[in-house]
Each structure stands twice: as structure tokens, then as C-alpha cells.
Design a protein around this ligand. Structure first.
Ligand SMILES: [Zn+2]
Length: 305
């Protein structure tokens, strides 16, 4: 996977420093920042211990844009977090019914319902009960245009569940909805206290889409967990459970590793990397320049209401 793995923290947990130190959390004094950083690092280092090995079982909220993102990013982790709650921000069904029709449904609502059902079944394999899954019912591919509403809903959810850890998506230009969720979580952290961690999704690379890894410019220590045989099988079964997404998820069906890190402090007015973003290869609702314009506007509304 192009990374040098070393420094064993737990039997199968490896730490990957990538050069720079931790970035600061806005508004915190250096001593408080260090304490928050240390606490987050400890949380991350516990991610792959079994529930019995964990000193405490921190309440964890996984917030993802689409049903299936949690499986791609953290499918093997889910089973080790029996009390994890999953929040899907969108129903996975775009306004344009093209995806619904291609999957054999006649309306976007039918398609959304099919995605909901398959998600419940896929996550049940990792021991996640239906009542631990919440859908915020935004429309797929529309989050860029509702960044303020998404942020408010995410903050409301965080206040409701009071998690110690929020695990979410990285700002990486893979999908505009993923970047929007990264934005919302980062904004929510300004108003609530939790440890914000990320799972790796996908983004543009030199030779096409890069998966299961963060962008190389990341300034955070990364924690790469190599799946054992049982976890690989489980994750493959879960991925295959998303039958409406069979073609989209094809690149992910040989999972080897899941990668996590503390969320960096992003500047959402700048692109996540130079060059064409992965989602600019598709008609997924927006392009990078429009997304950043929406983000700048929303930042203005949130920071200077
Ligand atoms: Zn997604």
C-alpha cells in the first residue's frame, strides 16, 4: 500500500508517522490542545483492541455520507465497537433517478428504501442492530448545497448522542458528499467536545482511484490496521451485501487494511489536492470550484453570523 509500517502498538495495530506533528484545534490553548490530542491518540490506539481488552469502551459515532461508506472505511472495526452508532447523512438515492433506474427501480424513493434494507442486513453481519443506525434523510449528491443544514443536523446528532469519538470521512475530493460530511463534522467540533477521527475512503491518485489510504499530504499520524482472514471474509460479505452497489463497490472487494487518523484541521477554501479531483470525473452533483464556493460561503455564515 505504499506506506512504511512500523512501531507495533498492539498485535495487529501499526503506527505510520508521516513527518509532521499534530495540527492545532481551533480555539484551544497549547496545554489543552496537547491534552485533547493525547486523548484522541489513546482512543485511536484502542480502536482495534477487542472490547474486552479496552480499558473503557468509548462511545463512538460513525458519521458517513452514504450507506456503505462505513463498511468500506471501517467494516472490520465495527465488530470491535459493540456500542457504535452509525449515522448516514444521505439516503443514498440521488435526485436524478438514473441510478435508481439502472438498479431496476422506478423511483428514487424505492431505491432509497432498497439501500436502507441492504444496509441493515450488511451491518447486522458485524453485530450492528437496526436501532443503532440513523439516517438523516438528505438527498444523495446534494450535501454541497446544504452545508449549513448538514452542519446543524450533525451538531444536533452529536449533542444527542454525546460521543467521546466521532469517526468520519476525510476531505479528499473522492465524493462531494464525503467532503461535505468532513466539513460538517469539523464545524460541529467547534461547538462540541469530542475526538474527531477519520477513516480512509478514496481519492484521485496518479494511476486512477486510490482506496483505503489517505492523501499523502496528511499531517497526522496514521493508524493502519491489517485485517486478519476472518475480518477480510466478513468485510467482503458485508460489501457484497450492498447488492444495489455491486458495480460501484467492485474496487473495494479485496480489503487488506483499514486506515484511521485524527482529523487534520482543514482549510476548506482550498482543494484537498492539486489537479483534478476524483469526483470531477463524474456527474455527481458538483465540481471542486463550486464545492469550495459553497464551503467559503457557509464558513462565512457560521463564523460571522
Ligand atoms: Zn460514499
Amino acid at each position: 500500500m505504499g506506506q512504511h509500517l512500523f512501531f507495533f502498538l498492539a498485535p495487529e495495530l501499526q503506527r505510520v508517522p508521516d513527518g509532521l506533528g499534530p495540527t492545532s484545534q481551533l480555539g484551544l490553548k497549547p496545554s489543552a490542545m496537547k491534552a485533547a490530542h493525547d486523548r484522541c491518540r489513546e482512543e485511536l490506539e484502542c480502536f482495534f483492541l477487542s472490547p474486552r481488552e479496552q480499558a473503557n469502551n468509548p462511545s463512538t459515532l460513525l458519521i458517513a455520507a452514504h450507506p456503505d461508506d462505513e463498511t468500506i472505511g471501517a467494516g472490520a472495526l465495527l465488530r470491535r465497537r459493540p456500542n457504535i452508532k452509525i449515522i448516514h447523512v444521505t439516503d443514498g438515492s440521488p435526485l436524478n433517478a438514473g441510478d435508481a433506474l439502472a438498479a431496476g427501480f422506478t423511483t428514487r424513493e424505492e431505491y432509497a428504501e432498497a439501500r436502507r434494507k441492504e444496509t441493515v442486513q450488511a451491518l447486522a453481519q458485524a453485530g450492528i442492530r437496526e436501532d443503532a443506525i440513523t439516517n438523516l434523510q438528505f438527498t444523495d449528491q446534494q450535501l454541497s448545497f446544504q452545508l449549513k443544514e448538514v452542519t446543524e443536523r450533525v451538531l444536533a446528532v452529536v449533542r444527542q448522542f454525546q460521543p467521546e469519538v466521532v469517526l468520519t470521512q476525510a476531505y479528499e475530493g473522492g465524493h462531494p458528499d464525503h467532503d461535505s460530511v468532513a466539513f460538517a463534522c469539523q464545524m460541529a467540533r467547534r461547538a462540541a467536545s469530542f475526538c474527531l477521527c477519520e477513516f480512509a475512503g478514496y481519492h484521485a491518485g496518479r494511476a486512477g482511484m486510490e482506496i483505503y489510504t489517505f492523501l499523502p499530504r496528511a499531517q497526522q499520524t496514521q493508524y493502519a490496521y491489517r485485517l486478519n482472514a476472518g475480518e477480510r471474509e466478513l468485510k467482503i460479505r458485508m460489501i457484497k451485501g450492498f447488492t444495489t452497489q455491486e458495480r460501484t463497490l467492485q474496487p473495494f472487494v479485496q480489503p487488506e487494511v483499514e486506515t484511521f487518523r485524527m482529523a487534520p484541521q482543514y482549510d476548506f477554501t482550498r482543494p484537498p489536492h492539486e489537479g483534478k479531483l476524483w469526483y470531477e470525473n463524474f456527474n455527481w452533483g458538483t465540481d471542486g470550484a463550486t464545492w469550495r464556493k459553497m464551503a467559503s460561503q457557509t464558513l462565512g455564515e457560521i463564523l460571522h453570523p
